[in-house]
Design a protein around this ligand. Structure first.
Ligand code: PEP
Ligand code: MN
Length: 368
């Protein structure tokens, strides 16, 4: 059995937890899990579930999650769900239940002028993170596939100039080290959600990861993909709903917003919603971003371009810089209703394990 504890759990509490384990015929050892959590492994009991011990452990002060043997995705179930993206320059951004993260930027890194214009507008509007793709997954081999290393270095420089941490997609295991050196968070795109070697490689790279849901993947498949990333050692993982394939060509995808509360019943990992790829249409991005807040998302990611008609990828869904103020105002008002704050780089603080979600419904049922 595995218990996830707040890191601050003190010596006497640890001792009494060890005593509880001994009374149940087990041995308890503590292993650091992330910046704000410690895992207690209760060995013994022939690896059988022990509902009585699990119920007692849940009542212990500082216990955030209990994972029983035999659970298929133990790390995804036990994930603490709060972490900081700490940029090499500037201040950290906190993902998790308290702050709402707003990621914005172009689909692709194109040229310094466009990227500079967009990044300046994104920062001025109060967004939390910059995005931009240097390695682009494209359906056709003849489409613009990104500027690769050169684009990534440009993205890094512009992000530093505007003082925002940056997330960018990595497509290939061979590029993971390079991308991890130059961005603050690595994105695994929808089409790579089940690229298992890539999941393991990004999970081991030491940087936070944003994992997008595949366009035809189930909730269980998304969670299993998350387990790969966590299993490789990642302690800072967020999931992203970006729409699934539907039958109606009027919209690019179908935004599956109910997956946000449905995921919440299975994991504490933060869930970000991408209304840009979900709709493929500029006028639909703001309404769906607002709906994402109401559905309980922990953040949104939107695409922005200063001259969408000239965009080298995804022109129809790009917001204009002038749209960002309206989106920021709406997000700020709505997240307040959800008793959260729009994370800002200026206000961001390191994650506080005392600010945590209610136990997942799954856990609540078991304790009653
Ligand atoms: C992206 O976010 O740049 C992207 C390509 O999106 P998706 O993987 O969701 O298609
Ligand atoms: Mn795009």
């Amino acid at each position: 059995m595995i218990l996830v504890l707040k890191r601050g759990v003190a010596g006497p509490e640890r001792t009494s937890l060890q005593e509880l384990a001994v009374r149940a015929g087990r041995v308890c050892r503590f292993v650091p899990a992330s910046d704000d959590a410690v895992v207690a492994i209760l060995d013994g009991g022939r690896d059988r579930p022990d509902p009585d011990l699990a119920a007692r452990a849940r009542l212990w002060p500082g216990v955030m999650a209990v994972v029983e043997p035999g659970e298929e995705l133990p790390l995804t179930r036990a994930a603490v769900g709060a972490f900081a993206v700490a940029p090499r320059h500037g201040r950290p951004v906190t993902f998790g239940p308290r702050d709402f993260v707003w990621i914005a930027g172009p689909c692709s890194v194109e040229d310094p002028t466009m990227l500079g214009e967009v990044a300046t507008a994104v920062a001025a509007a109060g967004a939390t993170m910059l995005r931009g793709g240097a390695y682009k997954p494209r359906t056709s081999p003849y489409s613009f596939a990104g500027h690769g290393r050169e684009g990534l270095l440009l993205l890094e420089r512009v992000a530093q100039d505007v003082g925002l941490p940056v997330v960018s997609e990595v497509l290939d295991v061979r590029d993971v080290d390079f991308v991890a050196q130059h961005v603050d968070m690595l994105q695994v795109g929808a089409r790579n959600m089940q690229n298992f070697p890539l999941l393991s490689e990004v999970g081991a790279c030491g940087r936070p990861v944003l994992l997008k849901r595949g366009p035809a993947s189930t909730l269980d498949e998304l969670l299993a993909a998350a387990e790969y990333v966590l299993h490789a050692g990642c302690t800072s993982l967020a999931l992203c709903e970006r729409g699934v394939r539907g039958f109606d060509p009027n919209r690019r995808n179908v935004l599956d917003l109910s997956i946000v509360p449905a995921l919440r019943e299975r994991t504490n990992l933060p869930v970000i919603v991408d209304p840009s790829h979900a709709t493929g249409c500029r006028s639909l991005v703001l309404p769906m971003a607002k709906a994402a807040v109401a559905a309980g998302a922990d953040g949104v990611m939107v695409e922005v371009h200063s001259r969408p008609t000239e965009a080298l990828s995804d022109p129809t869904q790009a917001l204009l810089p002038a749209d960002l103020d309206e989106l920021g105002t709406a997000l700020r008002a709505l997240v307040r209703l959800e008793q959260r704050a729009l994370a800002s780089v200026q206000e961001a603080v390191t994650p506080d394990a005392s600010v945590r979600r209610e136990p997942a419904a799954h856990d609540r049922e078991r304790t009653t």
